[in-house]
Design a protein around this ligand. Structure first.
Ligand code: GDP
Ligand code: IMO
Ligand code: MG
Length: 429
């Protein structure tokens, strides 16, 4: 399989991990390049469920190398927890999992800052995952961050830690008027103990990837979050703090653009969003509730109910443009099986005008009223369908409308259930 980057085309939780797991067979290295443990990636194989926040989903496939790239912000406690959980499931990550020496750390004071900033925003809060992502990226850009590499020299680590710790304390107490209850000695003792377990995983991953690629190994880049949570292109300020689009894979893994040949856009066949912010096709009615229940739409990381709505082709077209999507993977089609009819938003109406292009202005998006095309449902269980020809004609029609709305991009995969086996490969790359 050519080197491919997998991205979410909506607001995250599109089913990226399921598709990544499926495509891992054709790859040698699976690489996370942005985000942190705000991600919640679920893979189900033969009924066994794995949930990843930091470790690439490829780890459950024997022999595959997994990389946490320099663009990821790493919570060391979460990382070790995941490695331990894998061991309980009989998966040894050592020698197969490498973390970039340049990856920045998410420290306990980042999480405290995240929570304090959110409570400071009151009703206008973002609805973050509380995993310290924003403050960790802020420290990175402010050149105050600590990196995996700092763990090699304990004195340096402690010194840099105290600078960040004191700054966070001042900010929480003076700016947000909050209480700062963290104890530096306690945290440093804990990190001193964890250090020995972390060091064997640290690697110059940029060099590792370069050498692997030169020797013919195939790369699969695992995106986290989704296009509309991108710090530049998303529904700012209701976004995450990294670039989630495909181009970010080059920076966050340390490869050139020529190392990526395909971009697979993961499109949930309806739309969900966790956290606050605009959502033109949101359904605050019985159908929204039905989608949430049928799709088990509760956050993998926080357990929050996900907001649900119809598929928004205006957004997906924008995602195609921003990521350079070359193939679509359509997920959770089975969730729509009980509906009498299915709607897809093809255009918006903004200030009385019919608009085809997703507006880049926050003001225009706030005004957008979806224009829908309505299709008949198929009212049949499709979760056992094994090939495209097994699908009811109404489901095929819906897929064709999605394609047609998205520049006729080929569909690589149709997913009809959470298990690895419930995957229809329409056309290989
Ligand atoms: P990710 O963050 O994009 O990897 O997605 P999540 O794992 O957060 O959320 C997707 C959820 O949908 C998980 O619980 C998956 O097991 C589940 N899922 C993935 N694909 C399908 C599908 O085709 N049908 C159904 N019913 N569930 C799916
Ligand atoms: P995966 O990889 C869905 C959302 C949060 C919040 C906003 C900012 O599983 O698709 P943050 O903690 O990043 O500062 O929160 O982004 N968010 C996600 N929503 N899926 C995710 O990841 C998300 N990661 C962050 O809910 O609205
Ligand atoms: Mg998720």
């Amino acid at each position: 399989m050519p080197n491919s980057v997998i991205v979410g085309a909506q607001w995250g939780d599109e089913g990226k991990a399921k598709v990544i797991d499926y495509l891992t067979e054709g790859a040698d290295l699976v690489i996370r390049f942005q985000g942190g443990s705000n991600a919640g990636h679920t893979v189900i194989v033969d009924g066994v469920k794995y949930v990843f926040h930091l470790v690439p989903s490829g780890i459950i496939s024997p022999g595959k190398i997994c990389i946490i790239g320099n663009g990821v912000v790493v919570d060391p406690e979460q990382l070790l927890k995941e490695i331990d959980e894998l061991a309980v499931n009989g998966i040894d990550a050592s020698g197969r999992l490498f973390v970039s020496n340049l990856a920045h750390l998410v420290l306990p004071y980042h999480k405290a800052l995240d929570l304090a900033a959110e409570s400071g925003l009151g009703a206008g809060k973002i609805g973050t995952t509380g995993r310290g992502i924003g403050p960790a990226y802020a420290d990175k850009v402010s050149r105050l961050g600590l990196r995996m590499d700092d763990l090699y020299d304990w004195d340096v680590f402690c010194k840099k830690f105290m600078t960040g710790f004191d700054a966070a304390k001042r900010k929480i107490e003076l700016l947000y008027g909050g209480e700062f209850s963290l104890n530096a000695d306690e945290i440093l003792n804990r990190y001193g103990e964890m250090r020995e377990n972390l060091l064997p995983f640290i690697e110059d991953t940029c060099r590792y990837i370069f050498k692997a690629e030169r020797s013919g190994k195939k790369l699969l880049f695992e995106g986290a979050q989704g296009t509309f949570l991108d710090i530049d292109h998303g529904t700012y300020p209701f976004v995450t703090s990294s670039n989630t689009v495909a181009g970010s894979a080059c920076i966050g893994a340390g490869v050139g653009p020529q190392s990526i040949h395909h971009c697979v856009g993961i499109v949930k066949t309806y739309t969900t969003r966790v956290g606050n912010g605009p959502f033109p096709t949101e359904l605050n009615d019985a159908i929204g509730e039905e989608l949430r229940n049928a799709g088990k739409e509760f956050g993998t990381t926080t357990g929050r109910p996900r907001r649900c709505g119809w598929l928004d082709a205006v957004m997906v077209r924008k995602a195609v443009q921003l990521n350079g999507i070359t193939r679509l993977a359509l997920t959770k089609l089975d969730v729509l099986s009980d509906l009498d009819e299915i709607k897809i938003c093809t255009h918006y109406e903004i200030s009385g005008k019919r608009v085809e292009q997703y507006p880049s202005s926050e003001r225009e998006l706030a005004e957008a009223v979806p224009i829908y095309k309505t299709l008949p449902g198929w009212k049949r269980d499709i979760s056992e369908c094994k090939s495209f020809t097994d699908l009811p004609v109404e489901a095929v029609d819906y897929i064709n409308v999605i394609r047609n709305q998205c520049y006729d991009i080929e569909v690589l995969i149709v997913s009809v259930g959470p298990d690895r086996s419930q995957t229809i490969e329409v056309k290989s790359i």
